[in-house]
Write a protein that binds this ligand. Structure first.
Ligand SMILES: [Zn+2]
Length: 471
């Protein structure tokens, strides 16, 4: 018996020293597989609270969002160079240029130095590149991929940079920034057309475009932001949905045998959250989740694709509270912005009439305000900083309406006064945001990341040279 033990001992020592015999790994499989395409989906302003609200509203306690089925999950910090709490300009710059910058800046560092966008890296590699957003295509998140400016408000300048950069696909709102009034008399749409771009203005025009390797599209479906999902029916909108824009963008981009990089943004999750509009958060999140599902299913069928779902920052500290009145929120069919447009101004007081405030809350939100609540609302929409005593901007009136409704039905949300004091963000928070990944290279997205690491991680997976900038 002693001898047998000795043989086993010698044999095990042999295997430990030489490695266990196993199937030989062919050399080409030892290298890590690289993807060909990348689809980045960004829900602007999405935190885990927005996910939870959407999940509870749509599927109930035991249901799941599609994005919750993705295999890899990380969290990302989002602070900017200038603030603990980022705006979408600095956040977009971090995600598209791997660099921290000041709030309000796009594609440049804090001192104005121009950064290199990940989209340009992919374009140089011969890939088709593009941005899709329910915002204007020239606003912060898409802009950070395609433009460089110290002031995110320069949307006409950003439109010009999309033209000069010759990005293959840009779909969203913001037509007015391309027109002569904003472009020193030049019609930028004509210039795009001369470069061979197709310029669809409606859903049908977009969906009828034939996808070839040479197809270039500038789709502008609204003069400003595209309409909220919930308002499209009442406004008889002819816009495509985020899902339809995503389908067409992927169809066109995938004609390129070299591959593609697309950024698809559900921008109005952020806008609904600013307005404390829980029904809007629900509808915009579900619309976004459908685009995620489409992208992941496409990647599953085609292989070779990395899909990353993420957010640029959290907006309004949205939380699913214990007493949140889900059914009452769901019954509200339109956005607070639409409700604001239904208010009437009293010419004598220059404020909204008590009668119209009462009617709008009752008709659209099933809330009966008393006289005191109506007076408080009138105070809140009065611009205290304006010596002439005027109303705040209409979209802020929408925010005030949303906050009244959110408090009434117990949605968990930042106080309106904190939002009003948040000068550079209008109610964003520094909460970490989710990063979810699927496909080739997805396993790299793990742990707590800083937002500027993400583009660098993507280029590393592709083996492209790229540095975290300005640090
Ligand atoms: Zn925002």
């Amino acid at each position: 018996m002693k001898r047998i033990f000795k043989i086993i001992f010698v044999l095990s020592l042999f295997f430990i020293l030489t490695g266990c015999p196993g199937p030989e790994v062919p050399p080409q499989e030892q290298e890590e597989a690289k993807p060909k395409n990348v689809i980045v989906l960004i829900a602007d302003g999405m935190g885990t609270g927005h996910m939870e609200v959407a999940r509870l509203f749509e599927y109930g306690r035991e249901g799941k969002l599609f994005m919750e089925t993705l295999p890899y999950v990380a969290l990302a910090r989002t602070y900017s160079a200038s603030h603990n709490v980022t705006d979408s300009g600095a956040a977009g710059t971090a995600l598209a240029n791997a660099a921290k910058t000041n709030n309000g800046m796009i594609g440049v560092g804090p001192d104005g130095e121009e950064l290199v966008s990940i989209l340009d890296i992919f374009k140089e590699q011969g890939k088709t590149v593009g941005v899709v957003s329910t915002n204007t295509v020239t606003d912060a998140t898409p802009a950070a991929y395609v433009a460089k400016t110290e002031h995110r408000g320069n949307q006409a300048e950003i439109a010009r940079q999309i033209y000069e950069g010759e990005y293959h696909i840009a779909l969203g709102g913001g037509e007015r920034f391309f027109l002569p009034e904003e472009q020193d008399g030049e019609d930028l749409l004509v210039a795009f057309e001369e470069k061979g771009y197709q310029i669809p203005k409606t859903r049908d025009e977009l969906m009828n475009i034939e996808a070839t390797a040479d197809t270039r599209i500038l789709g502008l479906f609204h003069h400003s932001f595209m309409n909220y999902t919930g308002d499209r029916e009442i406004l008889e909108s002819k816009e495509p949905s985020l899902l339809e824009m995503s389908e067409k963008a992927i169809e066109v981009a995938s004609q390129n045998e070299e591959g593609f990089f697309l950024m698809l943004e559900g921008a109005r999750v952020d806008h609904a959250a600013h307005a404390a509009d829980f029904g809007g958060i629900w509808r915009e999140m579900i619309e976004f989740d459908k685009a995620v599902e489409y992208a992941v299913n496409w990647a599953e069928e085609n292989g070779d694709t990395l899909v990353i779902v993420k957010s640029d920052h959290e907006t309004m500290g949205i939380a699913a509270s214990e007493v949140m009145d889900v059914e009452s929120f769901k019954e509200i069919g339109v956005s607070p912005e639409y409700m604001a447009q239904q208010l009437e101004i009293d010419e004598e007081t220059n404020n909204y009439t008590a009668e119209s405030i009462r009617r709008v809350f009752s008709e659209y939100a099933n809330i009966d305000l008393d006289d005191e609540e109506i007076e408080e609302f009138q105070d809140n929409v009065w611009d205290g900083n304006d010596p002439e005593g005027r109303l705040v901007f209409e979209h802020i009136v929408g925010w005030e309406i949303g906050s009244v409704i959110a408090y009434y039905y117990d949605g968990g949300v930042m106080h309106r006064r904190t939002r009003a004091r948040s000068d550079s963000t209008g109610g964003h928070t520094a909460n970490t945001v989710p990063v979810l990944a699927y496909g080739v290279g997805a396993e790299n997205f793990d742990g707590v990341l800083d937002n500027i690491e993400i583009p660098k991680m993507i280029t590393d997976i592709f083996g492209f040279e790229y540095e975290v900038q300005g640090n």
